[in-house]
Every structure is written in C-alpha cells, then in structure tokens.
Design a protein around this ligand. Structure first.
Ligand code: ACM
Length: 263
C-alpha cells in the first residue's frame, strides 16, 4: 500500500488558491491514501466563531469536499483532509474521509487547542474507523495526540493506520507520535503545515512542518522538513499493524489489565 501526505503552507481565507495548490501537488505522486493537514484550505488562525461560520463549509455538500471527491476519483486515491465545517450555527474543526469511490464520512476534532475553543464547537461524533478497501483508517486531528486515549480508542476499534491532519505549533508531537504507534502497534501519518500566520499584530503563530509516516515499531519511515511544501508517499505493509504481539509471551491487547483499569 502506498501512503503519504501533503505538507502545505496555506494563505488564510484563500480557499480557492489553497485548494488548487493542493490539487496540483496531488498529481505528483501515485498513492492509495494521502493525508492533508488540518484546516488545509482555510488556514488555521480564526479569530472567532463568526469567522469560522463564514469560512466553514457543510460536509459533504461544500465545494472543498466536492473538489476532493473529484480529485480522489481522478487519481484513484483515498484522501483524509482537515476542513472547517459549518453545520447550521455550529462550526467544527473537521476531517473528511474520502475513498476513491466517493465520500466515506467525517470526524470532528474532540480536543480543541487554545483559541480554537473561541471558534469551534467540540467534536460530537464517536471515534470511528473507516474502511478503505480492506484497510481500517482511524482519524484524529492535531492536539488529539496529547490525549493517548484518542489513539488507543482508535486502535481498539481496529484501526491499522491513524490519519492525523495537523497544524502543529508545539515541538513535541513528531516524537510523541512514535510512542502512540509503539503503544498501539499502528501506522500513523501526521500531515502538518509550514509557515506563519499573524492575524493579530505581534502574535505570530509558527507551524513546525515535520509531517511524517511512522510504523508500528516506532520507526519514522519519512519525516519532512520544517519549512518546505512537500508531497511524500511511502510503501507500507499494513499487515504489520494487525500483529499485536511484542514477543512470544506478550501481546499488546491481550495483556491489558481490564480488571485494574478501563481504557
Ligand atoms: C493544534 O491542535 N492545531 C495545535
């Protein structure tokens, strides 16, 4: 299976050009699954809920999701992408999951980071696993990494691979995702962005790039630079995520002590 990410540098609120840039990057590599960053088409630093309502789109009816559905069909690839979602008067920091045959579903970020709480409603959908062919994809968004329950819930639900659209600003996540993969024996693709947004003068936000693919043994198969736009695809054997044994006597899931802790 060929899986990877696009690391972009969107311009805030410039949905059309951010989307067409990513559509152009999609043509560069043949893949079975491509993960795009969190809020890849709008940019990140919304000032308030009203602005998120204005730039948010209904999912799947909105034009960004519809464009991605067309691109997925054209390139015969699955796509997981972070999008600002509008649903009536509510807004969510969401991800769409699209197969080469069309729309599969969405995830709404459950752990909102910092000022996201002024702009988005907290996710209200269960942590689902989506099937792309025979492969089970779990989805979480950026700061969800800081709560190990998120990745664990997805792994216990059967995820082989965690698609992780992100807009990372703190330095810890690329290393922490190695642990998430080790403790769950899953693959993970973190798709981050680069660049700086300064919506309020004197308060720039720097995004750290370093999008990566990690395997179930915690090996970083590829890590992108901190600053450049990039498309990268690697070949993986998804079956490696289905063997949860650590050695002949230990199994990551069977050895869990349900009697002493829950989740
Ligand atoms: C983040 O959750 N975008 C830091």
């Amino acid at each position: 299976m060929r899986v990877g990410f696009i690391q972009n540098n969107p311009v805030f609120a410039n949905i059309e050009s951010n989307l067409s840039r990513v559509e152009a990057l999609l043509t560069r590599e043949r893949a079975d699954l491509v993960v795009l960053p969190e809020l890849f088409s709008t940019g990140y630093l919304f000032l308030n809920h009203k602005e998120a309502l204005t730039l948010g789109e209904p999912i799947p009816e909105g034009s960004t999701t519809q464009s991605l559905i067309r691109a997925a069909k054209q390139h015969q690839t699955a796509i997981v992408a972070g999008i600002a979602e509008r649903d009536g008067e509510k807004t969510y920091n969401s991800a769409v999951i699209i197969g080469s045959g069309g729309y599969l579903g969405k995830y709404r970020k459950i752990h909102l980071f910092d000022t996201e709480k002024n702009c988005f409603d907290p996710g209200d959908l269960p942590l689902n696993v989506f099937k792309i062919g025979s492969v089970r994809i779990g989805v979480m968004i950026c700061f969800d990494w800081r709560f190990p329950e998120t990745a664990r819930t997805l792994a216990l639900a059967g995820a082989d691979l965690i698609a992780h659209p992100s807009n990372l600003v703190l330095p810890h996540c690329p290393q922490a995702m190695i642990t998430r993969c080790l403790e769950n024996r899953v693959f993970a693709i973190t798709a981050n962005r680069t660049g700086v947004e300064e919506r309020v003068h004197g308060h720039p936000l720097h995004f750290i790039g370093q999008s990566q693919v990690v395997d179930p043994d915690g090996n970083v198969l590829y890590r992108a630079s901190e600053s450049d736009e990039e498309v990268r695809v690697v070949e993986i054997d998804i079956n490696r995520a289905r063997d949860k044994s650590i050695n002949s006597k230990n199994d990551l899931f069977e050895d869990r002590r349900h009697d002493l802790y829950s989740l």
